[in-house]
Ligand binder design. Structure first.
Ligand code: NDP
Length: 336
């Protein structure tokens, strides 16, 4: 059936400006790392994308190696593009990335000009689009000169195959270096994609000579899209009573190992859940509101295995802003 998006799709979502740029992103974005490969039925994927857009999520995030197998999430998205999204292309912000191992040999990994440009060309074909809105270098490369990686990103912009460029998994010092390398080419770094959640706060920690990653992003006017804000689902109530058979920890334990779901973590989850209940929201919603509490974070990049999770998560900012007392209580739990 032809997809007709909900009329009121822009009514309740908040859109934040992405650093010092003209681009606004929804405070909740949807990632296609899980649940868009060969294992998930096409109809489930379609429902996830449609539910997201119907609820104001205008940003879908991909990478060359999302699957399984590698490339499959982009290939599937390319089919969704033809079926549902062509008429809505200008309402969407699509991103992809290259930086991890993608194909065999010396040209399918890290940060050379050869790899980034070849990979983006492949991604565009798989996704059935002429350009992506954001192209990322997925991780820092310890060997390729940063000027070459920056030059490749700038070349990609000039070619029109991406409208903005970003980086992911770079620390504060590496980010500062990329800002400078791009700046010398008169190019602005739009966005950084780091991991960040209540249980993973590395972006707040200062590094010698640069401050924290958050400091660098604020100072340089770079937006921030934080991935895994629910810590792969751990920052929800789903694991309180054990590991459900239909959860990520049960069916894909590479990134959320059952051994990571310790009694100590579950005790924290329960204590956090009590605060969330007092605030009148689900724990998932509070965990998302928490990463968004400082506007240096533009958007929280969630994953979802079913539409109901998206519907719950988009309401993250519906509750009142955190009081100083609530933030202190959360801090005490996280530091305990
Ligand atoms: P999350 O921390 O949001 O985890 C998502 C998972 O949590 C879902 O698949 C679902 O798992 C569970 N979940 C989500 N909402 C709810 C809810 N309301 N109630 C209960 N369970 C819920 O993020 P991801 O780890 O999926 O990462 C998100 C995106 O970030 C990726 O798709 C990708 O785009 C990006 N990313 C980027 C990386 C990088 O290096 N740049 C690395 C990793 C991710 P289930 O139901 O299956 O248990």
């Amino acid at each position: 059936m032809t997809y007709i998006p909900a009329d009121n799709r822009y009514a309740s979502m908040t859109y934040r400006r992405c650093g010092r740029s003209g681009l606004k992103l929804p405070v909740i974005s949807l990632g296609l790392w899980h649940n868009f490969g060969s294992i998930t039925p096409f109809g489930v994927q379609q429902e996830l994308l449609r539910t997201a857009f119907d609820n104001g999520i205008t940003h879908f995030d991909l990478a060359n190696n999302y699957g399984p197998p590698y490339g499959e999430a982009e290939r599937n998205f390319g089919m969704h593009m033809l079926r549902d999204w062509k008429p809505h292309r200008d309402e969407l912000i699509l991103s992809t990335k290259a930086g991890y191992d993608m194909w065999e040999g010396p040209y399918g990994d890290f940060g050379s000009r050869k790899y980034l440009i070849a990979s983006l060309n492949q991604s565009l074909k798989r996704m059935n689009v002429e350009y992506v809105d954001i192209f990322y270098h997925h991780r820092p490369d310890p060997e390729t000169p940063i000027e070459e990686t920056a030059g490749a990103l700038e070349q990609i912009l000039r070619s029109g195959k991406a409208l903005y460029v970003g980086i992911s998994n770079y620390n504060a010092v590496q980010t500062e270096a990329m800002v400078k390398a791009l700046g010398s080419l008169s190019t602005h770094l739009l966005i950084h994609q780091p991991s960040y959640s209540m249980f993973n706060r590395w972006i707040e920690q200062p590094m010698e000579g640069a401050g924290s990653l958050q400091d660098v992003l604020r100072r340089e006017g770079v937006g921030c899209i934080c991935f895994a804000p629910l810590q792969n689902g751990l920052l929800t109530t789903k694991y309180i009573g054990g590991i459900p058979a239909d959860s990520r920890a049960a069916h894909d334990p590479r990134y959320l190992k059952p051994s990571d779901i310790t009694e100590e973590k579950i005790a924290k989850v329960c204590a956090l859940n009590e605060i969330a209940s007092r605030r009148g929201q689900a724990l998932s919603q509070m965990a998302l509101a928490w990463v968004l509490r400082d506007e240096v974070v533009t958007t929280a990049l969630i994953g979802a295995s079913r539409p109901s999770q998206i519907i719950e998560n988009v309401k993250a900012l519906d509750a009142a802003p955190f009081t100083a007392e609530e933030l202190a209580q959360i801090e005490a739990i996280l530091m305990s």
